[in-house]
Design a protein around this ligand. Structure first.
Ligand code: HEC
Length: 253
């Protein structure tokens, strides 16, 4: 009797687990998320990303868990390159990537304080951040003149508009059973082009996201490289142990 009840519970649990991906898919169908396809082992991309971050994001967002000299060493910049590309407003190489913006001012100016971006790629995912930076569209009703499909009503202005140009969102409508019109996002159109082609803009955003993923876990690249050595060592050690075992036991019959 008891066992039966238990069994039923377990079966229900398994059934619920099996249904989970379906729920995820249903929710994912609405959300518009593009793949970042970035590669944290690509140092040239990380170098471009660091420069993009300093030039276009640092004015509002800090990355307070990383230091300039650590970044430079990890992404392969010489002292000279670091000073020219990252420290152009005279910061110390040992300082963290912070700005002079106080949270209170940020809140007052934008309505929402710009968050620290050290961990954003880990907390929200690289695909999300990539899509977010590609999803600003013109919205005259907003104070900043733009809205964002990934974060509707966002307080962040489209700081990359000069590069991307101005996008407009195209919506599709259908009337549901209650007679309400439901709006669905269909696509973006480029109303006026920016300095970069759409492919170049994607690459710009990919590099920036790559850098954000790197600062989320600066040891990641080294940890993975170390992993190969650890595995190689384990394989080598196993072979050695096996050879030794054979040697020791060969006379024991
Ligand atoms: C002019 C100031 C400003 C600049 C420059 C700026 N941002 Fe923002 N950003 C904001 C504000 C304000 C928010 C908070 C938005 C909100 O929560 O509505 C924000 C939020 C974000 C978020 C969080 C989105 C979320 O879902 O919570 C990300 C990611 C982000 N910014 C990335 C960037 C990147 C990358 C750059 C550089 C290319 C950048 N921002 C440049 C003001 C700025």
């Amino acid at each position: 009797m008891r066992i039966d009840r238990h069994k039923k519970r377990i079966l229900a649990f398994i059934a619920a687990l099996a249904a989970l991906p379906a729920v995820g898919l249903a929710a994912g169908g609405e959300a518009h998320v593009e793949k970042a396809n970035n590669d944290i082992h690509n140092q040239a991309s990380l170098q471009r990303g660091a420069k993009n971050f300093v030039n276009y994001c640092l004015a509002c967002h800090s990355a307070r868990y990383v230091r300039y000299n650590r970044v430079a060493a990890d992404i392969g910049l010489t002292e000279q390159q670091m000073v020219e590309n990252l420290l152009w407003s005279g910061e110390s190489p040992h300082s963290t990537m912070t700005n002079g913006l106080l949270a209170d001012d940020g809140k007052q100016w934008f309505g929402v304080a710009p968050p620290d971006l050290s961990l954003i790629a880990r907390s929200k995912g690289t695909d999300y951040v990539y899509t977010f930076l590609k999803s600003f569209y013109a919205d005259p009703a907003k104070g900043t003149g733009v809205n964002n499909l990934s974060l509707p009503g966002t307080a962040m202005p489209h700081v990359l508009w000069e590069l991307q140009g101005t996008q407009e969102a195209v919506w599709e409508g259908h009337t549901d059973a209650q007679g309400n019109v439901q709006k669905h996002f269909k696509e973006f159109t480029l109303a006026s082009p920016g300095k970069l082609t759409p492919e170049e803009y994607d690459a710009f955003v990919r590099d920036t996201v790559n850098f954000l993923e790197y600062i989320g876990e600066p040891v990641q690249a080294r940890r993975q490289a170390l992993g190969y050595w650890v595995i190689a060592f384990l394989v080598f050690f196993t072979l050695l142990a096996y050879a030794l075992k054979k040697e020791y036991w060969k006379d024991v019959k």
